[in-house]
Design a binder for this molecule. Sequence first.
Ligand code: 13P
Length: 249
Amino acid sequence: MRKPVMAGNWKMYKTAAQTGAAIGALAPLVAGASHVDVVVCAPFVNLPAAVEAARGTNIEIGGQDLFWLKEGAYTGEVSAPMLKAVECRWVIIGHSERRQYFGETDETAAKKTVAALDAGLKPIVCVGERLEQREAGSTDAVLAMQFAGGLAGLTADQFAQVTIAYEPVWAIGTGKTATPEIAAEAHRFLRSQIRGKFGDAAAEACRILYGGSVKPENIQALMAQPELDGALVGGASLDPPSFASIVNF
Ligand code: 13P
């Protein structure tokens, strides 16, 4: 049985004070949620406040990106050991917004994933097709390429620590959720890619999250699909009662 992960991606929202307050408000609402891993991924400068607020709770904190080298003259960047040092446990890698606005590729995602694993962080590696790719019928080809470029180069031991997030780009922040069936179909395809590269046991064990307009109103139908092992939630995770009702689906 795969333990679901409910991860909030707080993107570029909230100050440090607001982050601490929101996690403080979230904690009692999800304290009984032993059936899932609860994760909040906050902007870099808010991570210490997030970690402090989450201390002693079942909420784990993650970053939203990192740079693949440990240190050096890379103005503006943050490394995996730095995230680890502020007690992050998780990190999002290769989010579609990073790909769209900041030039990320499958190749940079792969390097960042290895850096995260080397530091003992749990990467949530994002894949997903854009609208025109889906409409052109190339969803599977896109996912296969993202898997091959971003994940297939890992060793089996490394891959065992990876969580994948399937986030169809057309569903992010648009209110257009993939139907549970569409999501499950993509998850099944990704699992077949994992099986081909890493074998049956790895495919069965890998947690694949769905992301894209997940809300309290649609989480039950999504999670009714056995292929879905949780969610990566943007907008609906910013409000503690809303995220709590997703966690406690
Ligand atoms: P929304 O839930 O706001 O659509 O964002 C999804 C997402 O990008 C999570 O990483």
